[in-house]
Design a protein around this ligand. Sequence first.
Ligand SMILES: *Cc1c(COP(=O)(O)O)cnc(C)c1O
Length: 428
Amino acid sequence: MSFTTVRPASWQVCLTCGSELLETDPAVRCTGCGGLLEVRHRPPELPGAVLRTLFQTRCCTRPDTTHSGVWRFRELVLPGATDEPVSHPEGNTPLLYRESVARWAGVPDLFLKHEGHNPTGSFKDRGMTVGITQARRIGAQAVACASTGNTSASLAAYAAQAGLPAFVLVPAGKVSMGKLAQTVGYGARVLAVKGDFDACLRLIEASSAELGLYLLNSVNPFRLEGQKTIILELLQQLGWEVPDWIVLPGGNLGNTSAFGKALEEAKAWGLIDRLPRLAVIQAAGAAPFAAGFEQGFRERVRVDAETVASAIRIGNPASWDRAVRVIQATDGVVLAVSDEEILAAKGEVDRAGIGCEPASAASVAGLRRLAAEGRIDPHARVVAILTGHMLKDTDRLLGGPAGRKKAVREIEPTAAALARAIKRDRAG
Ligand SMILES: *Cc1c(COP(=O)(O)O)cnc(C)c1O
């Protein structure tokens, strides 16, 4: 396809062979070579300063979709869409400061952007509002995804709102009860595949077209357009002052890709004047991207993934190529941290009264290590992304039945037993 006349507001381009597709083409990969697609937009007609004011006036004003932390930025997300989006609304997540966490991480100027405050408890809602809106635009009859849990919860919620049947493939026995309960409660059909996440994704990618299912994994480029707004919103919250570093966990690398695209567009379109550096943190048992980074990305690495951080238990990241480009463009780094480091960071975030799921804590764990190793300057301004809510993954929280017994003590219903228990605890 070629555009000989005026370009439409948006189109899709294959990142491998450069072919162009219409914005409304339902293919989620290049129909020629199978490469990953990216949505491209004509630069907005308004200059950066005017856009910043526009986004600001839309913030917290009317109870319609402009209140959404995604659709507030619609000129940069889906400028050509005229239909009403399928929006909860979502986004508008807080930028938190806690001295104890900043001190523990070794970076005093640290903000935590808590995406667990989204409607289904993870950043996936930002991508899903756009993905489901696009599913409607192209007339999809049913939607599907493979998931480690959060994508399925989000897909189920937005599909329910749009009235679309939803099918999710999860690795059998590997998804937390909280995430499964959400998915089932919102009415999606859950299929537990006897295999890992990577097997689920392979299966649904191979079969979705034939089964008439619109695929909403993060290979779908419209999901990434929504996830860009994590960056746009945090920049807006910082008065468009660019932090030095943004730290995030990496699994399938959809978010890494979306962050890079958001930053490059924001710079090209006059919203910011420089790029921050990105630090992507993986769990040591699921760290193919960190291994690739160490070798200068000479080749694509695949591993059999295992980690307590189930949301990033991914061995063959789908957005590898996109993410490599982002690390190169932002002079970024990729690091692996152990499960022990992740759980220690989670303990700090939890005890600061914030809380997050294990995968989210990887960003704080990675930041602590990068600061300790001098790779992040202790005077830098850093934003760490907390990707999911504390209640998402409670299976590990209390350390199994033995830990639960210690943390939650049973007592007789008497004043004496109560006094004894309290005295013992206050004595330490
Ligand atoms: C999906 C998810 C991630 C990983 O994001 P990718 O885009 O797959 O790299 C991290 N944390 C949580 C809580 C998630 O749900």
